[in-house]
Ligand binder design. Structure first.
Ligand code: NAD
Length: 499
């Protein structure tokens, strides 16, 4: 293992909570001479400087994960589940710390951070409960004479790469499944939000996870760190959440060593409101679905598709709600919408809006960055021109709602499906059989019926087409980190019973 000159201090106080700044390798916090800053997007102030991991650090982490793998997979399910429950209790005790740290580095309103924490802890608990319930099968061989035993074994050391938009949820959802399945992990935090990941890993350390089972790398050089890991045959799994472009690159990098992959990628959530919908409900759900996390969600309503019979009423009521949203620092309890994550994302959206408007879209409210400190953007509503497909394959990822009008259910379904993405879609109708018929025709991994929020530990979360491969949560999530093992067992039934 490499030695480094220590830096001081090795922890930062973030709103009174002590957060380690180093990398976590083989059960120790390892400082590094090189660091990078983490900024609060509401104030643009530096929250802390974290260690900047190198490919060499990543290999150290994989050494540790590979060394711990054999022992970790041999832990009995009950022992592993007990450790998960200890970690769950510690997580719950630290709810306020997680919310404070998330709001500090991602800018999201603290109430949203607390809700994200609650869902993350629920995912962790779900996996804790699954560990002791993983069963194989026992069957007769097709021609008789032998038996088929199928066990489920951990796939092996796993790389978990997470994005900045839900730093706690993504970490807990992936690590819970991987560790629960008996895999050791190297977690790679997002550059913008490493402190939440550090607090999460600190909590697992404090709960008693053995050295090497969990490792954490922060880095400014994501590609070279993941390249070093992907080139090492001991790495057997990558679970990635992020953009479709990076996911495609990682799939190509997984090919030479045939690394098992799970990909949670981008989305283009069409939000369809049919002519018989409860418009007030649709408006409320659209506001949450679009403006939660300042629109920076893979499942956000990217295209709001309104039947012409309700378009006018929906638009008026939606505008009224959007104009009432308060933008500001997430620590202010009156705030509904926080900042965008950085200046680059804000500029991207401003440029995108300019292009839409010059192409014929009508700006109904908002439309501009907010002057002053922080990467704030006005909550914005656009009425797109007929059959405009420019947002079909582009994630807005901002507090900007795009409204479209269609004249029939068939047209709504056809337009909703006109995308390479396939993550989340939404349909609103008072007639449930109609809503389900539409949901069945939407080519997406998840469909919310009369709901704008769907995440649940007991549900399989994930997308089709360019939105990814695999699922997190539900009964499927843990199996992403397990491989079936078939053992053929000869049984001489006649011989056994003859004496
Ligand atoms: P991103 O793809 O830029 O980054 C995601 C992670 O990958 C980060 O940790 C980043 O450091 C790392 N990364 C970037 N380039 C890399 C490379 N070449 N090699 C290895 N790692 C690399 O995405 P983002 O901007 O952080 O997150 C937003 C995206 O994530 C959106 O597209 C959103 O839809 C998607 N997302 C999907 C889900 C889902 O569950 N499907 C959930 C949240 C976010």
């Amino acid at each position: 293992m490499t030695t480094r000159a220590p830096i001081s201090p090795d922890t930062a106080l973030v709103r009174g909570h002590e957060i380690p700044l180093g990398l976590y390798i083989a059960g120790r916090w390892v400082p590094n001479t090189a660091t990078f800053p983490v900024y609060n997007p509401s104030t643009e102030e530096c929250v802390a400087e974290v260690a900047d991991g190198t490919p060499e650090d990543a290999r150290d982490a994989l050494d540790a994960a590979a060394a711990a793998q054999h022992e970790w997979r041999r832990w009995s399910p009950r022992r592993r589940a007990d450790l998960f429950h200890t970690a769950h209790r510690l997580l719950i005790e630290r709810a306020d710390a997680f919310a404070d740290v998330m709001t500090s580095e991602s800018g999201k309103p603290r109430a949203e951070a607390l809700a994200e924490f609650g869902l993350s802890a629920a995912f962790w608990l779900w996996y804790a409960e699954q560990i002791a319930h993983l069963h194989g099968t026992f069957a007769q061989g097709s021609p008789g004479g032998y038996r088929i035993i199928t066990a489920h074994e951990p796939v092996g050391p796993s790389l978990l790469i997470t994005p900045w938009n839900f730093p706690m949820l993504m970490s807990a959802r992936k690590a819970g499944a991987a560790l629960g399945a008996g895999c050791t992990v190297v977690m790679k935090s997002a550059q913008e939000t490493p402190l939440t990941a550090a607090l999460f890993v600190k909590t697992l350390h404090d709960a008693g996870f053995p050295p090497g089972v969990v490792n954490l790398i922060h880095t400014k050089s994501s590609a070279s760190v993941s390249d070093a890991l992907m080139a090492d045959f001991r790495l057997r799994k990558i679970s990635f959440t992020g953009s479709t472009g990076v996911g495609a690159t990682l799939l190509a990098k997984a090919a030479p060593n045939i690394v098992n992959t799970s990909m949670e990628l981008g989305g283009d959530g069409p939000f369809v409101v049919l002519d018989d919908a409860d418009v007030d409900l649709a408006v409320e759900q659209a506001v949450v679905c679009k403006f939660r996390n300042a629109g920076q969600a893979c499942v956000a309503a990217n295209r709001i598709i309104l039947h012409s019979a309700v378009a006018e009423e929906f638009t008026a009521k939606f505008l009224d709600r959007v104009n009432g949203l308060r933008v500001g620092d997430g620590f202010d309890p009156r705030v509904d919408v926080g900042p965008m994550i950085n200046a680059r994302q804000r500029e991207r959206v401003a440029d995108l809006l300019d292009a839409f408007v010059s192409d014929g879209a009508e700006l109904l409210t908002g439309g501009r960055p907010i002057e002053g400190d922080g990467h704030f953007f006005q909550p914005t509503v656009l009425r797109m021109k007929d059959h405009d497909t420019s947002l079909c394959n582009e994630e807005m990822f901002a507090p900007v709602a795009a409204l479209y009008t269609v004249n029939s259910v068939a047209e709504a379904v056809e337009f909703a499906n006109d995308t390479t993405y396939g993550l989340a879609a939404y349909v609103f109708s008072a007639d449930l059989s109609r809503a389900v018929a539409v949901a069945e025709r939407l080519e997406f991994g998840m469909v919310g019926v009369n709901r704008g929020i769907m995440a649940d530990p007991a549900a399989s979360f994930g997308g089709t087409k360019a939105s990814g491969i695999g699922r997190e949560g539900g009964h499927d999530g843990i199996h992403e980190f397990l491989e079936p093992k078939y053992i053929a067992l000869t049984i001489d039934e006649d011989g056994a019973l003859s004496s």
